[in-house]
Design a protein around this ligand. Structure first.
Ligand code: 2HG
Ligand code: ZN
Length: 477
């Protein structure tokens, strides 16, 4: 169990970090003590905002010596309460937001080094200055930070082609739980020196140290892109369409996102300035993006031809290819704001799950039916990354004044039921959002014992005092 910080430790850190790097003022700390969805509310002894790796190392080193807990935080957009401190108030909340520089860019290495607090959208802009791009994107790109994206092994909407953060990090710098600095930022494409510490830190959710910078893989900039919105009869038809388009367009197909009618309806209801892309509502929709680098043939013609064939033989019910960048952006807005629209609609049970891609079409339909039958009045909304075998299988409580009471009384049990279905389908209870505090107990209950034991052994070896982000990933014992 970590110790609360002494006044002497706090005074020392205040002197070391200065007024911009240290505060205990409740109004300055408040915005960072609750998670994005407003589900978790924590407390902290102080908010520390170091400006350099050396300062992070000084904070963690002092905390390690005195057994004080440290909760790292980036953009505070975790979906699983991963960056919200516990309610006991004994931890230091360590914000990386001041460490937001791009340290270097190289067109020859196809690499960019950014500090942990750099915002994803700024990293996109920086890569564009050398004719490259960083191919990971998601709805929260205006606030999510590189450190958080690394620490959660974020996915997003381009995983289909480029993989998640794990396949995009070439080098890493982190402060380990004893305060030492692991510095390995060189953009190496090959490095076979035994265990890959970098990969251990990616997706560790701040439980094995604080990521302070990362060297990221860049790819050629987008020359032209084709974005289409397509109506289909079923998730099975959607997957068949994906495979068909891949056969025609190759790996130009970067994104293939499933949007059911109920998710689109939420967006149209809650997000200003949105309108339905197709004349007639469809039970299922997909958003597809195909991309060509500068100088290569525009993928628009090939996509239009492939979609015309799909419409002609009934593989798709309706389709529209964006005629302008503005229309392409408006299609993406319909997809990227589903989460925001759900939040506006009210609290729901969120399940970020994966199963083998081939099993997903059936899972989406069958699991929704099973949940809605077992919990009358609930509505399942399954949307997202069909091509990755990952959907956000969210369950809205029965409508009416008792929604909150229903969630409190039945929510945990209903989520448990969803996870049983996922495990029966050989899936994962967390595809891309991580475990955080939301799923720690579920992980402890459902993970195979050999795997759990190995995870605990790694944690004990690197963080014997249990100071790094306690209560996340591992349920409090
Ligand atoms: C997305 O794909 C995000 O839009 C958020 O991963 C999903 O809010 C969610 O459940
Ligand atoms: Zn997602």
């Amino acid at each position: 169990m970590p110790n609360p910080p002494t006044e002497a430790l706090l005074a020392n850190l205040r002197d070391r970090l200065g007024p911009r790097g240290f505060t205990r003022a409740p109004d300055e700390m408040a915005p960072w003590l609750s998670d994005w969805r407003g589900r978790y509310h924590g407390a902290a002894a102080a908010l520390v905002s170091p400006a350099s790796t050396e300062e992070v190392a000084a904070v963690v080193g002092r905390c390690a010596a005195e057994g004080v807990a440290v909760v790292p935080q980036g953009g505070n957009t975790s979906m699983v309460g991963g960056a919200t401190p516990g309610a006991d108030g004994g931890a230091l909340l360590l914000s990386l937001r001041r460490m937001n520089h791009v340290r270097g860019l190289s067109a020859e290495d196809n690499a960019l080094t950014a500090e942990a607090g750099a915002i994803l959208a700024h990293v996109h802009d920086a890569a564009a200055t050398i004719g490259r791009r960083f191919p990971l994107s998601l709805g929260a790109k205006g606030s999510a930070t590189i450190g958080g994206l690394v620490s959660t092994n974020a996915g997003g909407t381009q995983v289909l082609r480029f993989g998640p953060m794990r396949s995009l990090v070439l080098g890493l710098e982190a402060v380990l739980p004893d305060g030492s600095v692991f510095s390995s930022l060189a953009p190496l494409r090959k490095d076979n020196r035994g265990y890959d510490l970098k990969q251990l830190l990616i997706g560790a959710e701040g439980t094995l140290g604080v990521v302070t910078a990362a060297t990221l893989r860049l790819v050629p900039a987008v020359g032209t892109r084709a974005v289409a919105w397509i109506g289909v009869d079923s998730p099975r038809a959607a997957l068949a369409l994906l495979r068909r388009l891949e056969a025609r367009l190759g790996d130009a197909v970067e994104s293939f996102e499933l949007v059911p009618a109920n998710a689109l309806a939420l967006v149209l209801r809650h997000v200003p300035g949105t309108r339905a892309p197709l004349a007639r509502p469809q039970p299922w929709n997909v958003l597809i993006e195909a991309v060509a680098p500068v100088g290569a043939a525009d993928p628009c013609g090939a996509l239009e031809a492939a979609l015309a064939d799909a419409l002609a033989d009934g593989a798709a019910a309706d389709a529209v290819v964006a005629a302008s960048e503005a229309q392409a952006e408006s299609f993406w807005k319909l997809r990227d704001t589903i989460s925001e629209a759900e939040r506006a609609e009210g609290p729901a049970l969120k399940h970020d799950i994966s199963v083998p891609v081939s099993a997903m079409p059936e899972f989406v339909v069958e699991a929704a039916r099973a949940v809605e039958d077992r919990y009358p009045g609930t509505r399942a909304i399954a949307f997202g990354h069909l091509g990755d075998g990952n959907v956000h299988f969210n369950v809205q409580p029965p409508t009416g004044p008792d929604a909150a009471a229903w969630l409190a009384a039945r929510g945990e049990e209903a989520s448990g039921f969803v996870y049983e279905l996922v495990i029966a389908a050989r899936g994962s209870i967390s595809a891309e959002h991580g475990i955080g505090q939301m799923k720690a107990a579920t992980l402890a209950r459902t993970d195979p014992p050999a795997r759990l034991a190995a995870l605990h052994a790694v944690k004990r070896a690197l963080d014997p005092g249990g100071i790094m982000n306690p209560g996340k990933l591992f349920a409090p014992s």
